[in-house]
Design a protein around this ligand. Sequence first.
Ligand code: AMP
Length: 249
Amino acid sequence: MKILVPVKRVIDSNVKVRVKSDGSGVDLANVKMSMNPFDEIAVEEAVRIKERGEATEIIAISIGGVKAQDTLRTALAMGADRAILVKTDATVEPLSVAKILKSVVETEKPDLVIMGKQAIDDDCNQTGQMLAGLLGWPQGTFASKIALAGDKVKVTREVDGGLETLLLSRPAVITTDLRLNEPRYASLPNIMKAKKKAIDETTAETLGVDIKPRLKIISVTEPKGRVAGIKVDSAAILVEKLKNEAGVL
Ligand code: AMP
C-alpha cells in the first residue's frame, strides 16, 4: 500500500507577513520558510499508518523551486521513503498542482493521497478536491481521524454540529484538518538518514502539464490596523456606546 503526500514550502506560520510596497504580493526575501503545517500533519498520518504495518511506502512530492528540496528532506526525516521534486520557479495555481499530482498518481499508483486541506500562503483549499475530481476518486476532506478498513478507509470529519464519518473506497484522496494528529519533530539520526534518501526531479513539461496561470492577482493589501479597545464602567454605558458609537444595536 503506497501513500503519496504532497508537501508545499510556504512562509513559516510564525513569521509576520509583510506585503510588498507595490502591492504585487507578499515579501518573501530573507523570510523563514517551512513545510505547510497541514502537510506536516499529512506526513505524520502517513508515517503512523506505515508504522502500524498498513502501508509499505510513503512518497513525498513537492512542486516548487530548488529550495522545496528542504521541505522534501523534512518529510523524508519524518519517515517518508522517497521524494519527487517537480521543479519550477513559477507560481503554480491549485488546478495546475492538481494536474501535476494526477500525472504522478497515474505513474506511481498510490492507494491513498493524503494532503493538507489548505496551504497557509494562498489559503485556497482547492487542490485536494480538484485532484479527486480529476482522478474520479472518492474524497474525504478535513479529516480529523483516518482508519483503514479492509479495502476501504474510514474518514471522520468535523462538521457543524458534530462528526461525520465517511467510508471511502480506495484509492482515495484525503485532506487533513488540524486535530488529526500532532506531527513529530524529526530526530537528528533521522535527519542524517534522510540525506541519503532519493529525491527524483522532474518538471511540469515532462509530465505534460501546462502550468500557465489562469488567475491574475490585481492587488495584495495588508489588513486594516485595529484600534485599541476600551473598558467601560457599566453595562448601561456599554449599551449606550454600542447604540450610539458602534451603531450595532
Ligand atoms: P491549496 O488548495 O493551495 O490550499 O493547497 C492544499 C494542499 O495542496 C496543500 O496542503 C498541499 O498538500 C497541496 N499543495 C498545494 N500546492 C502544492 C505544491 N506547490 N507542492 C506540493 N503540494 C501542494
